[in-house]
Write a protein that binds this ligand. Structure first.
Ligand SMILES: *[C@@H]1O[C@H](CO)[C@@H](O)[C@H](O)[C@H]1NC(C)=O
Ligand SMILES: *[C@@H]1O[C@H](CO)[C@@H](O)[C@H](O)[C@H]1NC(C)=O
Ligand SMILES: *[C@@H]1O[C@H](CO)[C@@H](O)[C@H](O)[C@H]1NC(C)=O
Ligand SMILES: *[C@@H]1O[C@H](CO)[C@@H](O)[C@H](O)[C@H]1NC(C)=O
Ligand SMILES: *[C@@H]1O[C@H](CO)[C@@H](O)[C@H](O)[C@H]1NC(C)=O
Ligand SMILES: *[C@@H]1O[C@H](CO)[C@@H](O)[C@H](O)[C@H]1NC(C)=O
Ligand SMILES: *[C@@H]1O[C@H](CO)[C@@H](O)[C@H](O)[C@H]1NC(C)=O
Ligand SMILES: *[C@@H]1O[C@H](CO)[C@@H](O)[C@H](O)[C@H]1NC(C)=O
Ligand SMILES: *[C@@H]1O[C@H](CO)[C@@H](O)[C@H](O)[C@H]1NC(C)=O
Ligand SMILES: *[C@@H]1O[C@H](CO)[C@@H](O)[C@H](O)[C@H]1NC(C)=O
Ligand SMILES: *[C@@H]1O[C@H](CO)[C@@H](O)[C@H](O)[C@H]1NC(C)=O
Ligand SMILES: *[C@@H]1O[C@H](CO)[C@@H](O)[C@H](O)[C@H]1NC(C)=O
Length: 407
């Protein structure tokens, strides 16, 4: 009977530790060689207005290239282009791009190597007086909204000063000269990655070599209402033949983003085909301080995807996409109903989104959780085994003690 128990236990143990090793073995080793350049191919006497720029990040794989283009000429936008060639190049028709953007002024050549492209554009910052404390723009009367801040009209700091070649980050800060925004800035920090890792600052999203990250923060804006809350509107522009949807996934592990058990992802997939080709992924949390502690986290909510029929006012997007592109928009609103803390308390809110191609990174169980699980599941098993062995040994000994006297 005890051997029967052992025969049962060992496969169970094998499965438990095998699964744990399987999770651990999931580590992604894919790497890209990342390089950054400003205004590719732009030569004097042509010049961009001093505060705008086009940042090109090339992520070179073994037999593919992932191009990221970040531009603040008009509304700030990030364009992602994936090619199946290691030799693909960004080509900008600068005289035309500077004059007026029309499709074809910016291309990735050879065009036959382009497998997927998609852009994310930050269009507006909405502010509303949340007198009913719902933290929900959709439940708020239109009269409670202030005129939105149109990001296409923002004046930006010089790109040059904020360009970090060594850690592949670019920080853009801008604002407008209205009274309420006089002391305010909206900043976007773009990061590209060579391999899988996560940022130290919360929400510590898991990224990989096929993703980039944008951290957005709104600092020092004078609220126009006593109970002002903000929402950020962004749009994505993609090729025709693709559809989008926003999924929300739950997790049991909040080790990297304390108290947040959800991840939202706006995925893009081809019509009539399975598989996700691109994504924007975020955790539904914003932070009220630049260096947040637990109390400074505030939930955020996304609105429904809406179809937009006008291409956003971004030079980059207008120069790349043709008329038949697909445009959708979404609002991220910061705060939760009955939350007594409004924007005025810290005059700061930050939110982070990952932008990438392929399947979005999925959190697997961390080593700590695996150890906890292994101890939690393993200890009773060890007790059962030890108990089983003990019973078996006792039986053998009692058997031998039965036979011994005969000798
Ligand atoms: C890319 O390179 C890898 C490794 O060299 C190879 O396994 C893979 O099939 C290649 N993919 C394509 C699309 O050529
Ligand atoms: C700019 O575009 C307009 C028409 O859109 C054209 O008339 C003009 O010549 C262009 N200027 C330059 C410098 O290319
Ligand atoms: C890239 O894709 C194009 C079109 O799908 C194909 O013709 C070409 O052979 C591919 N190139 C490589 C290097 O796989
Ligand atoms: C507050 O709630 C009342 C009752 O539901 C509604 O009539 C009013 O429009 C709301 N106010 C705002 C600013 O949303
Ligand atoms: C940006 O920095 C580079 C090198 O530091 C310099 O050569 C260039 O003139 C700067 N451009 C602008 C627009 O300030
Ligand atoms: C660029 O990034 C590196 C590594 O994170 C950092 O040490 C350096 O101070 C940064 N440079 C600037 C100008 O911010
Ligand atoms: C901006 O900051 C200055 C100095 O801190 C202050 O005097 C001024 O009142 C602020 N303006 C607004 C609109 O908050
Ligand atoms: C990134 O993209 C490359 C090329 O399509 C693919 O081989 C690799 O598996 C992807 N890595 C991840 C982590 O998605
Ligand atoms: C905002 O608060 C101030 C002081 O608490 C008050 O005087 C003012 O009437 C309030 N404004 C609105 C629009 O409620
Ligand atoms: C998807 O499939 C439907 C019916 O099978 C077809 O009418 C439609 O043209 C297809 N769309 C694309 C983009 O292939
Ligand atoms: C795009 O639309 C504009 C105006 O709606 C039109 O003038 C232009 O010819 C169109 N371009 C293409 C390539 O269809
Ligand atoms: C964002 O919210 C504002 C205010 O409710 C609304 O006017 C706008 O249409 C929304 N944008 C999107 C893309 O849903």
């Amino acid at each position: 009977m005890s051997t029967c128990k052992a025969n049962f236990i060992f496969p169970v143990l094998f499965v438990v530790f095998g699964a744990a090793l399987g999770f651990l073995g999931n580590a992604d080793t894919f790497r890209r060689k990342v390089s950054v350049e400003l205004n590719p191919g732009l030569k004097p006497p042509l010049a961009l207005p001093p505060e705008v720029g086009l940042v090109h990040v090339r992520g070179l794989g073994l037999n593919d290239t992932l191009h990221f283009l970040l531009c603040n000429y008009g509304a700030p936008a990030l364009l992602l282009v994936h090619t199946n060639s290691t030799e693909s190049e960004v080509q900008v028709d600068w005289p035309a791009f500077l004059n007026r953007s029309l499709p074809g002024r910016l291309r990735v050549e050879p065009q036959s190597s382009v497998k997927y492209s998609s852009a994310l554009v930050f269009t507006r910052v909405w502010e509303y007086d949340d007198v009913n404390n719902t933290a929900d723009p959709q439940q708020t009367a239109e009269s409670a909204f202030y005129p939105p801040y149109e990001l296409q009209n923002f004046i930006w700091s010089r790109l040059n000063a904020t360009f970090n070649q060594s850690d592949h980050t670019v920080t853009l800060c801008g604002g407008e000269k209205t009274e309420s925004f006089l002391n305010g800035t909206l900043c976007l920090q773009f990061s590209a990655f060579e391999s899988e890792d996560r940022d130290k600052p919360w929400p510590s999203l898991l990224h990989n070599a096929n993703s980039s990250q944008l951290r957005v923060w709104l600092d020092g804006v004078t609220p126009r209402g006593n109970d002002s809350r903000f929402a950020l509107e962004f749009q994505t522009v993609g090729e025709s033949g693709f559809e989008g949807r926003v999924d929300v996934h739950s997790s049991i592990d909040d080790e990297y983003t304390p108290s947040i058990f959800k991840v939202s992802q706006w995925v893009s997939f081809p019509v009539n085909q399975s598989g996700v080709w691109g994504y924007n992924q975020w955790k539904p949390v914003a932070y009220r301080k630049a260096e947040p502690v637990f109390e400074d986290a505030t939930p955020c909510k996304h609105s429904r995807l809406v179809s937009v029929n006008q291409i956003p006012q971004s030079r980059l997007v207008q120069a790349y996409f043709t008329n038949d592109s697909q445009i959708h928009g979404l609002n991220i609103s910061f705060g939760i109903d009955k939350d007594p803390i409004f924007y005025s308390a810290t005059k700061y809110v930050s939110w982070t989104v990952l932008v990438g191609m392929g399947e979005p990174p999925a959190e697997s169980f961390s080593t700590l959780i695996i150890i906890i699980m292994a101890v939690g599941l393993g200890t009773p098993l060890v007790i059962i085994i030890v108990g089983g062995v003990f019973v078996w040994v006792r039986k053998r000994m009692s058997h031998s003690s039965v036979y011994e006297p005969i000798n």
